[in-house]
Design a protein around this ligand. Sequence first.
Ligand SMILES: Nc1ncnc2c1ncn2[C@@H]1O[C@H](COP(=O)(O)OP(=O)(O)OP(=O)(O)O)[C@@H](O)[C@H]1O
Ligand SMILES: [Mg+2]
Length: 254
Amino acid sequence: MLELVDVRRVFRVGIESHVALADVSFEVGAGERVGIIGESGSGKSTLVRLALGLDRPDGGVVRYEGTSVAEMGRRDLLAYRRAVQWIGQDTGGAFNPRWTVRQTMMRVNSRLCGLSREEATSRIEGLTARMGLDPALLDRRPGALSGGQRQRFAIVRAVLPRPRLLLADEAVSALDVSVQAVVLNLLREYCEDEGCALLFVSHGLPATAFMTTRILVMRAGRVVESGPTAQVLRDPQHDYARALVDAYTYSEDA
Ligand SMILES: Nc1ncnc2c1ncn2[C@@H]1O[C@H](COP(=O)(O)OP(=O)(O)OP(=O)(O)O)[C@@H](O)[C@H]1O
Ligand SMILES: [Mg+2]
């Protein structure tokens, strides 16, 4: 479904150039949940921006359903914007502060979904309840919600257009640990029930292991290891992956 082939991205800052991604290739199949772990600066968010079509590669190609994202026409691009949704670290904070959450959701509906008012209301309230939130919270402004509530609404907003792929970039990192577990559970359940694919980006191995069936390990702009989640956990090949797994195992023992 999503396919990156030899993707390269080089940033120029002054006279220096920095290779943020070097020949990265991988695929996310329909309904598949794939994790990307790697230290800060390894290129994870750069990769997500490319997958969203917000940035263009300097080499290689990003394809969605076989079509290069960089060469999509208006129609393809609109369908792609609907099919691929993003949840960031504090996406909830990006809700318009002057609007109620419901107004923001209705706006997303008219831009991307085109449901009637009644249909949209029932879908929005249904998803809100499914994320464990009281639908009465929809009539609040984002400033009157907790960070965890806002982030759950960010998920509601992302899944409203029935995406086929969700890109979650540190989607729970800003939340309290107890809230993280709840939100991860809801997100995974949603993906499983709807057959929605997930690209889950995180620093943390435990969350990534829980969320995915396949993991890519990135280091300095390269994929240094990839395989089924269980296999990477059992027998990590690369030093960096091994260090992550050791730290994980240690904290599990503690
Ligand atoms: N617009 C930009 N201009 C210049 N350099 C950039 C730009 N965006 C990213 N970089 C550089 O590219 C590298 C990869 O950044 P990226 O944000 O993809 O890392 P990351 O893996 O998401 O890190 P983190 O875990 O901290 O979020 C970094 O060295 C960063 O400084
Ligand atoms: Mg990042």
